[in-house]
Write a protein that binds this ligand. Structure first.
Ligand code: HEM
Ligand code: HEM
Length: 180
């Protein structure tokens, strides 16, 4: 496969849609659990978080599939080999952690017997048995995996901004989100 100058427009637009949604979903998840929220506000945040999380899952799966099926731009040779390996490792781990977060959130909600409004409206079965033990395990995974996810996102954004400032061409692999 030839090596393109940029990721495909689909990969780029998915990167930025997923980025914005993840950066909204994480604080919503934390805020919705705070004491003293008005009930309607809390309900709305839960609905946004759960259903947004399911949409994120679908977008991340689509993104991984697209990523594997289309050629990727190469990092410039001026970037040391070890740094390229770390970048690839961070990116792969980001994909993995997003899937872990989405699946554990879903299992936590379904095993606890709670609704996922969007899927319920579509008549989707829960696919997860009712079980307090399972709900608790999934909740623990969901509450734990967010820390490495947040840390890697900060590292990744820091690296991305460093490339933007350095003007070494790496940022334009993923920007603009649409167009050529
Ligand atoms: C908001 C600030 C962000 C900036 C400035 C940014 C920047 C970048 C850049 C420059 C690349 C291309 C790297 C390369 O060519 O190897 C990239 C790729 C990537 N970004 Fe981001 N990003 C941001 C947010 C996010 C977020 C929030 C996520 C997900 C949690 C994310 C996940 C990824 C992944 C998985 C790749 C790898 C693409 C691939 O090779 O499949 N990014 N990002
Ligand atoms: C990539 C997707 C997701 C991310 C990044 C994410 C992130 C978070 C974060 C940061 C929290 C706060 C955890 C805490 O303070 O203990 C949280 C809580 C929660 N999330 Fe998610 N989430 C995602 C997907 C989902 C999905 C798909 C569902 C359900 C369908 C879900 C359901 C929940 C629930 C129920 C809580 C409250 C947990 C509790 O009872 O302690 N999340 N999420």
């Amino acid at each position: 496969m030839h090596t393109p100058q940029k990721y495909s427009a689909v990969t780029r637009s998915l990167h930025w849609v997923v980025a914005v949604m993840v950066l909204a979903t994480m604080p919503i998840g934390v805020i919705m659990l705070q004491e003293g929220l008005a009930r309607p506000t809390q309900d709305l945040l839960f609905i946004l978080h759960k259903n947004g999380g399911v949409i994120l899952f679908l977008l991340v799966v689509l993104r991984i599939a697209w990523r594997l099926g289309t050629p990727s731009p190469a990092l410039p040779a001026t970037i040391p080999h070890w740094q390229q390996r770390i970048a690839k490792g961070v990116q792969a781990t980001l994909y993995a952690l997003l899937l872990v977060m989405a699946v554990s959130g879903y299992v936590r909600v379904r095993a606890g017997g709670f609704p996922v409004e969007m899927l319920d409206a579509l008549g989707m079965p829960a696919m997860v048995p009712r079980s307090e033990a399972l709900a608790e395990t999934a909740q623990r995974i969901h509450g734990t995996a967010r820390f490495p996810l947040a840390a890697l996102i900060l590292l990744h954004i820091g690296a991305g901004l460093k490339h933007l400032v350095a003007r070494d061409g790496v940022f334009s692999h993923i920007w603009p989100p649409v167009g050529r």
